[in-house]
Design a protein around this ligand. Structure first.
Ligand SMILES: [Zn+2]
Ligand SMILES: [Zn+2]
Length: 310
């Protein structure tokens, strides 16, 4: 457990930086972000080395998978489809649990996350998009988060600031992040922290970052969306259905992103909640509207877009 002390100290520093974000020098904020991006990667390197030394205990694998599913759905179902796009409605306790699970995954508060994502949709691959590969694949993947310009909360998310469930998670987001590390550490000490916390964060980070980078550069474009968004099967698997990103840009409010392209785990969970009465007002585009927007294949040319450059 002594190994958890530096991690908890880093989290306390992160909480301080988030609280004082607007008053600190940009270099300090960037350094704190760097710790969160680079730290888990060092953890993965250490985990690989430790694996080489001795077999991975089954409990660590269970922690890795369990916390990956909880926090992956937290981001995809909670932060993205419920909070940002209002793709469905649900009971307050489910909304709170989903947002808390999202806060366990990323150091971004829910409203900041939603505001940046809506800014992306508003300017996709044009001037003003915070993370487009048009400005470089590495920038779209991870470089953009080092920009310390504050999220445009008032402009994109005013409505969320009056929601008591959202604000409760907003105010306690760092505690949820800490809980996502403390629980695996309590279950299996340093190894639990490593696999259920640090390695899990690294996998989550880069799967979700890939939606911004890979899914705007590599894959198919069944819909003409006027941007570079693409469907990528591998990222759809790794990011709980978020890789059906061209479908999502075509119909941002739709709860189910698969749309005939392939399975969408998050969409299936929403369907399950709907069938058990725990979700309602689930938004789906009319099938005729979907067919109207489908890109017609040109003779001899597959139904994929050609990259633009800027
Ligand atoms: Zn996008
Ligand atoms: Zn979106």
């Amino acid at each position: 457990m002594t190994a958890a002390i530096p991690v908890l100290a880093a989290l306390a520093a992160l909480a301080l930086v988030k609280t004082l974000e607007r008053r600190l020098a940009p270099v300090v904020v960037r350094a704190a972000i760097a710790v969160f991006v680079v730290g888990p990667l060092i953890g993965v390197g250490y985990a690989m080395w430790a694996l080489w030394q001795r077999a991975l205990a089954p409990v660590d694998l269970v922690l890795l998978v369990t916390f990956s599913v909880i926090t992956g759905l937290g981001t995809s179902l909670g932060y993205h489809r419920l909070l940002t796009h209002r793709s469905f409605r649900t009971k307050p306790w489910i909304a709170g649990a989903a947002l808390a699970a999202g806060a366990m995954a990323v150091p971004s508060r829910p409203i900041d996350w939603a505001a940046r994502h809506l800014e992306h949709h508003a300017h996709a691959d044009r001037d003003g998009d915070p993370h487009s590969p048009v400005d470089g694949l590495l920038h779209a993947h991870v470089g953009w988060i080092f920009s310390v310009s504050p999220a445009k909360r008032e402009r994109y998310c005013r409505r969320l600031m009056d929601d008591p469930v959202v604000m409760a998670i907003e105010r306690t987001s760092v505690l949820w992040l800490a809980l996502g590390l403390a629980v695996p550490a309590l279950i299996d000490g340093w190894r639990g922290l490593l696999w259920g916390g640090i390695v899990r964060i690294a996998i989550h980070n880069h799967s979700m970052f890939a939606v911004n980078s890979i899914c705007h550069a590599f894959g198919s474009q069944p819909f003409a969306t006027g941007d570079e968004s693409r469907n990528n099967r591998l990222i759809a698997v790794l990011a709980f259905g978020e890789g059906w990103h061209n479908n999502h840009h075509a119909f941002p409010a739709a709860a189910y992103h698969g749309m005939g392209s392939g399975p969408d785990v998050t969409g299936l969970v929403i369907r399950g909640l709907e069938r058990t009465g725990l979700a309602w007002d689930v938004r789906r585009p009319h099938p005729a509207a979907v067919e109207r927007r489908r890109r017609l294949p040109v003779r001899g040319v597959p139904a994929a877009g050609t990259p633009r450059s800027r």
